[in-house]
Design a protein around this ligand. Structure first.
Ligand code: NAG
Ligand code: NAG
Ligand code: NAG
Ligand code: NAG
Length: 655
């Protein structure tokens, strides 16, 4: 009852606010035409102008797809309370268009609701629709199915197939955005065209001009089009005629600020100076140290930037989380593949759970010197240590009911292994199976060419080793007599997001064993099985299996290694008071975490530095909650045969 009451109160408040906002804008629009809402650049006075008055912004990036919708309002309010007047977000094509012709605008994909909330919280919006966004997201936001539909698509160029698909996508996206444009009464003041295009090798001017026109078609003069480019020798490649140019840099380059402004001035002599991505922290990959940046240096750098009358956007002000399989990877062009961690804490101004940090206070104090900072009280969820959770194995991935529940569609038999894209699979696992030929030598060398990205190798369902793209390990020895059935379970660890965006997954090259003669024998006749590992499949497993205990089948007392393939572990915990919590994965190997059937993302404490996984309070319910760890390698068994995890009140990202 009381919860219904709350829903109605909220609904009525929303309605009243809607009417008030509607009246305000209505009056503005019906008044004399000279007061039409406008946002533009004054090239005489090097400033933005909002409704004819000089305007500058201190913005913060917050990507709606990195936080649960129920937390959006709280995060936006905390940003406004720091003195920001604008929120900046990318739009992720692959989220809204997961399969060809299928669109999603609900839940975490409810971009319109996000923009409405921003407006209610007194923030303007900078929209960055890409369509390529980088953002440390899988494929830089481009849907995987583009690469199934067109085998040789050249994204970010005038490839007619790419243009056609962008046109179809914008036809879905842009009409939803039009009512939110500033000139139409909404909060969107700026819309980005492409994203750091200067550093992309193609430098395709026809494509940029086409994308400008395609964006302009919907935006008209109701918001300002802009580009963002890295300040280096390629900056001019990203500049588009008739589109406002901005640049981006973090505290690591603040000592070069005069040279950076000069580079921007060289492509655009007048107008306000803008840093569209001011990095108060940085992104982190698995198998490296957590990237932290000092708060005092951030505050000093902000002060410096604002002293030039520049406008600035923090990237990120609030980073959030790469839930599910949405984290991307980098290659930086050196052939060294490095996947991003699940947390997008970024050492940003707010932490991963939306909390205020020391950096936040320092930044707010600087903003106060330049802008009016509203008096808003910020509320933070409590962080609760729910304690230890015992987990038991309830299903195996390579066999039995576990395997059939996790499989999607029919397995495909073909001479070559099918890619994830050929299977129309966003992420998760693909199982590749074939019969081994009679081995001529003992041992022989198994080689998997162009593996993307990690393969767990089994012979007759016995684990024999791991191959890894990031560590450049593509071969392992196989002994004669181990068995006949070869299984390669391949994990997509995130498609490359920076610069290129066509990192298809699975096994692209030949798979061979060595002969007595030294020649390589190609293995053919592969059965490819898609395993998306989505939340619905996990709920299905829980329903069918939660009363099962496979401890005796899958583990022996001496070993906690997943010697027969990945295992689904299940546990329950009681919640008496709702709060945020952090699941500590210490002692586990590598896998995927689900709470109440929601995929919280990849964990990998053996590589680090991320040790804890953020579990937002919005996912929890009072009473019983479920944890599933789909573990590929190793269970934490402090006590023999009893696996467990700990729910803690603090994040540990520096392990
Ligand atoms: C404003 O412009 C519209 C059409 O653009 C016109 O119909 C209207 O009369 C104008 N209003 C004023 C106050 O000039
Ligand atoms: C911009 O500069 C011009 C000339 O220097 C001046 O007349 C005008 O008032 C300025 N505009 C604003 C909005 O300050
Ligand atoms: C900043 O703007 C003010 C007001 O227009 C002006 O007086 C000042 O010279 C500007 N500072 C810089 C560094 O451009
Ligand atoms: C914020 O909280 C303080 C203390 O609870 C209260 O005195 C103040 O009025 C609140 N301010 C706003 C803007 O709600």
């Amino acid at each position: 009852m009381s919860s219904h009451g709350q829903v109605w109160t909220t609904a009525i408040r929303g309605l009243v606010l809607f009417l008030v906002l509607g009246l305000t804008f209505g009056v503005a629009m019906e008044g004399s035409n000279s007061t039409k809402r406008s946002f533009d650049v004054d090239h005489d006075n090097d400033t933005f102008v909002l409704d004819g008055k000089p305007f500058r912004y201190v913005a913060g990036s917050f990507h709606y797809f990195r936080a649960l919708p129920k937390s959006w309002q709280n995060r936006l309010r905390t940003m406004r309370a720091a003195g920001l007047n604008v929120v900046d977000t990318y739009v992720e094509w692959s989220l809204h268009n997961p399969h060809d012709g299928i669109y999603d605008w609900k839940g975490i994909a409810d971009l319109e609701d996000f923009i409405k909330l921003a407006q209610q919280e007194d923030l303007y919006v900078i929209l960055r629709p890409g369509p390529y966004i980088c953002a440390e997201r899988d494929n830089g936001g481009l849907p995987h199915w583009l690469f199934t539909k067109y085998s040789n698509m050249q994204p970010r160029t005038s490839d007619p197939n790419y243009l056609k698909e962008v046109e179809i996508w914008y036809k879905q996206l842009m009409p939803r955005m039009q009512r939110f444009l500033y000139g139409n009464g909404g909060p969107i003041i700026m819309v980005q065209v492409e994203n750091e295009y200067g550093v992309f090798h193609a430098c395709d001017r026809d494509y940029l001009n086409w994308l400008r026109d395609e964006t302009q078609k919907y935006v008209e003069d109701n918001a300002l089009l802009f580009t963002t480019d890295i300040p280096n020798e390629r900056i001019a490649c990203g500049k588009i005629e008739g589109v406002f140019a901005t640049t981006d840099f973090g505290i690591d380059r603040i000592h070069e600020i005069d040279d950076i402004w000069k580079m921007l001035r060289a492509i655009q002599p007048t107008g306000p100076l803008v840093n569209s991505e001011f990095y108060p922290g940085w992104l982190t990959h698995w198998q490296e140290e957590n990237q932290r940046r000092d708060g005092k240096l951030v505050a000093e750098a902000l002060d410096k930037i604002l002293s030039y009358n520049a406008s600035v956007n923090f990237y990120m002000f609030f980073g959030g989380t790469n839930f599910g399989f949405t984290a991307g990877a980098n290659d930086w062009g050196y052939g060294k593949y490095t996947p991003d961690i699940t947390s997008y804490d970024y050492d940003a101004v707010m932490d991963e759970a939306g909390g205020i940090t020391e950096k936040y206070e320092l930044v707010r104090n600087v903003i106060k010197e330049y802008m009016e900072v509203p008096d808003i009280n910020v509320t933070m969820a409590s962080r609760i240590a729910y304690g230890s959770v015992i987990l038991k194995p309830i299903a195996t991935v390579l066999s039995g009911m576990g395997r059939s529940t996790l499989t999607r569609g029919k397995a495909i038999t073909a001479e070559k292994p099918q890619t994830f894209e050929e299977l129309d699979l966003y992420s998760g696992l693909v199982l590749y199976e074939t019969e081994l030929p009679r081995l001529e030598i003992d041992p022989t060398l198994l080689t998997v060419n162009d593996l993307r990205d990690r393969a767990f190798v089994y012979v007759d369902e016995q684990f024999v080793g791991t191959l890894s793209r990031e560590n450049q390990i593509f071969s392992l020895p196989l002994s004669k007599g181990w068995g006949n059935k070869l299984q390669l379970l391949v994990e997509n660890q995130g498609r490359i997001n920076f610069n290129v965006a066509n990192d298809t997954k699975g096994i692209m090259g030949d798979i061979t064993v060595q002969r007595l003669s030294g020649e390589k024998q190609k293995l053919v006749n592969w059965v490819s099985t898609a395993m998306p590992l989505d939340g619905d499949q996990i709920l299905d497993i829980i329903n069918k299996h939660k009363s099962i205990d496979m401890t005796d089948d899958v583990l022996n007392i001496k070993s906690h290694v997943m010697s027969n393939g990945p295992v689904v572990y299940y546990g329950e915990f009681l919640v008496g008071k709702l709060g945020d919590t952090y699941l500590n994965t210490t002692g586990w190997g590598k896998g995927v975490l689900y709470v109440n059937g929601f995929n919280l993302g990849r964990y990998w404490p053996q590589a680090g530095p991320q040790i804890t996984m953020y579990v937002p309070k919005e996912l929890l319910t009072l009473g019983l909650n479920s944890v599933v760890m789909l573990e590929y390698q190793l269970a934490n068994q402090k006590i023999p045969n009893i696996a467990s995890v700990e729910l803690m009140s603090k994040a540990q990202l520096d392990g």
